[in-house]
Design a protein around this ligand. Structure first.
Ligand SMILES: C[S@@+](CC[C@H](N)C(=O)[O-])C[C@H]1O[C@@H](n2cnc3c(N)ncnc32)[C@H](O)[C@@H]1O
Length: 363
């Protein structure tokens, strides 16, 4: 039985607790309980950020710093909530407060101001609207193996609706770019591109991966492959980056259609959406599109082989459980095994940044 729970402060949820073991009280050191509470109540912080994005707080503050009363009026906050809400965001490192004025931090200003091209809030808007309520049904997903999104009650598939609305699709694919850009730049600079000329990015979205590769390697010509609705969004992005003469769009479905031939095929955040058989099919299709000596680059939050460290990758896999009929994330060893089965002669894994790694197979 927990006898006392001292006040939360700073990043530490509790300094010390006394635990009754049946043989008297023992003192437990801070970190174990702190960690349990940080994880168990992690949704407090998560939902506070998601509501701030929903109310466009960071977009508002990007115009100019504001005090409590002004923000309260603009966001329509109740007097009871406003100060705690804003100061909680300060304590979470998402806002700053000086002389009674609230400011964005450098990173919330860059990533969460809706008017900037670097805005990634589209993904958080989606998380607020969809994933947050769907994850409430995680236990049901764990017991049944069934998705817990709109499709659960026969509702329209979110992604079909997204693809039917050009502006929403543009916002979503732009947000994908924001999330993938740093890893894309690392791939563009680290892979031995000088050995290759033609590159295919499968499930390219706005096309940032092929754009970064082409920007860093002027000898490369590229193809972005995706569903037809993506074409105008991809082409605008390629044009803005001055690459229209070297990087083109190829419309198709990677299940229905053959992949165009290329020296290197790339798949960023693609395989985890699909079942084992579909993953294996996509890897085989990539193999068929490559010449001898060609390479397949697969990248996403690849789980560590021991499945004990990359929590983001493992939680992403649970998100695939919630969102897809059969998708799951996987280890580098899994991916290398599928590549070997498809015929790739050599494989290797390289860490990119954060939870992301790439697995490369050479034909
Ligand atoms: C999660 S996004 C990944 C985007 C990008 N590669 C990245 O890493 O940021 C998945 C992409 O796969 C595309 N996609 C889904 N099903 C597809 C299909 N059957 N054929 C081609 N592309 C598809 C989607 O349109 C979307 O652009």
């Amino acid at each position: 039985m927990i006898r006392s729970l001292p006040k939360m402060h700073g990043h530490s949820l509790c300094e010390r607790i006394l635990l009754h073991t049946g043989k008297g009280f023992i003192t437990m050191s801070e970190p174990p309980l702190d960690h349990i509470l940080q994880v168990g109540l992690g949704f407090w912080a998560s939902k506070t950020l998601l509501s701030a994005v929903e109310m466009e707080l960071f977009t508002e503050l990007a115009k100019h710093p504001q005090d409590l009363e002004s923000l309260r009026g603009r966001l329509g906050l109740h007097p009871r909530s406003a100060r705690d809400f804003l100061d909680a965001l300060v304590a979470l490192g998402l806002l700053e407060r000086r002389d009674h004025q609230y400011f964005n931090t450098a990173s919330t200003d860059f990533f969460l101001d809706k008017r900037k091209p670097s805005y990634v809030g589209g993904v958080l808007e989606m998380a607020n609207l969809r994933l947050y309520p769907f994850w409430n049904h995680l236990t049901a997903a764990l017991r049944t193996g069934e998705p817990q999104n709109e499709t659960k009650d026969g509702g329209p598939n979110f992604f079909s609706a997204l693809y039917a609305d050009a502006e929403r699709l543009r916002g979503f694919l732009k947000a994908m770019t924001g999330l993938s850009k740093e890893a894309n730049r690392i791939i563009a600079s680290r892979f031995p591109w000088k050995n290759y000329a033609a590159v295919l990015d499968v499930g390219t979205a706005q096309g940032d991966l092929i754009v970064q590769v082409a920007l860093a390697n002027p000898h490369i010509s590229g193809i972005g492959f995706d569903l037809p609705e993506v074409a105008p969004i991809f082409e605008d992005y390629v044009a803005v980056n001055g690459l229209s003469s070297r990087v083109v769009f190829h419309a198709g479905s990677f299940f229905r259609d053959p992949l165009p031939n290329a020296d290197v095929v790339m798949m960023g955040h693609i395989l985890h959406d699909w079942s084992l058989e579909e993953k294996q099919l996509l890897i085989r299709k990539a193999y068929e599109a490559l010449p001898s000596g060609g390479a397949l680059i697969v990248y996403e939050s690849i789980i560590d082989d021991d499945r004990s460290e990359n929590a983001f990758g493992l939680l992403m896999s649970l998100n695939m459980l919630i969102e897809t009929p059969a998708g799951f994330d996987y280890t580098a060893a899994d991916c290398m095994g599928w590549m070997k089965e498809a015929g790739f002669r050599e494989t290797r894994k390289e860490h990119l940044l954060g939870p992301d790694s790439m697995v490369v197979g050479f034909k």
